[in-house]
Design a protein around this ligand. Structure first.
Ligand code: FMN
Length: 151
């Protein structure tokens, strides 16, 4: 199975989580696409069977700049070939931001719904005010993702 990781990061924490998940999925024999500056054409060329978003939140509930071009392209096109594919979201945020906590992950969850992706697991929220080890914190959730995706 081919999994495309869509990743947004300002200071690198979400990118590190995405790299770690790429490794875990690779160890489980998935073929993984991950490029923090990916554009729509790159993802379409990869022809994924499943999607994983790993993004932090910046500003007041906004997406990191590196994900904005891809996010906008996907929203404009809403590729019909992706409809019905499995998808899941890992959101890094900080609960001290209150209402905008994990707003970036929320935007990706909404985009996945617009695309008609099948949400195979509830969004994982990684709270920077609770833990400084988001990479190890995501591992149990990633195991559940692997179970949900199958081979
Ligand atoms: C300027 C700034 C604004 C932020 N705004 C939010 C926010 O609105 N909601 C939230 O949940 N986290 C917010 N955060 C917290 C980050 O999302 C969190 O620290 C995350 O782990 C950073 O990941 P990154 O290194 O991949 O950017 C903000 C952080 C900064 C520095």
């Amino acid at each position: 199975m081919k999994v495309a990781i869509l990743s947004g990061s300002v200071y690198g924490a979400a990118e590190e989580v995405a790299r770690h998940v790429k490794q875990l999925l690779g160890d489980a024999s998935y073929e993984v696409f991950f490029n923090p500056r990916a554009r729509l054409a790159d993802i379409q060329a990869f022809a994924p069977d499943a999607f994983l978003a790993v993004t932090s939140t910046t500003g007041m509930g906004e997406l990191p700049d590196n994900l904005m071009p891809l996010y906008s392209e996907i929203r404009d096109v809403l590729p019909a070939a992706w409809r019905g594919l499995p998808g899941a979201v890992i959101a890094l945020g900080d609960s001290s931001y209150g209402d905008t906590y994990c707003g970036g992950g929320q935007l990706l969850t909404e985009l996945f719904a617009e695309l008609g992706l099948r949400e195979v697991l509830p969004m994982l929220k990684l709270d920077a005010s609770e833990s400084v080890t988001p990479e190890s914190d995501c591992e149990i959730w990633v195991k559940s993702l692997i179970n949900a995706l199958g081979k």
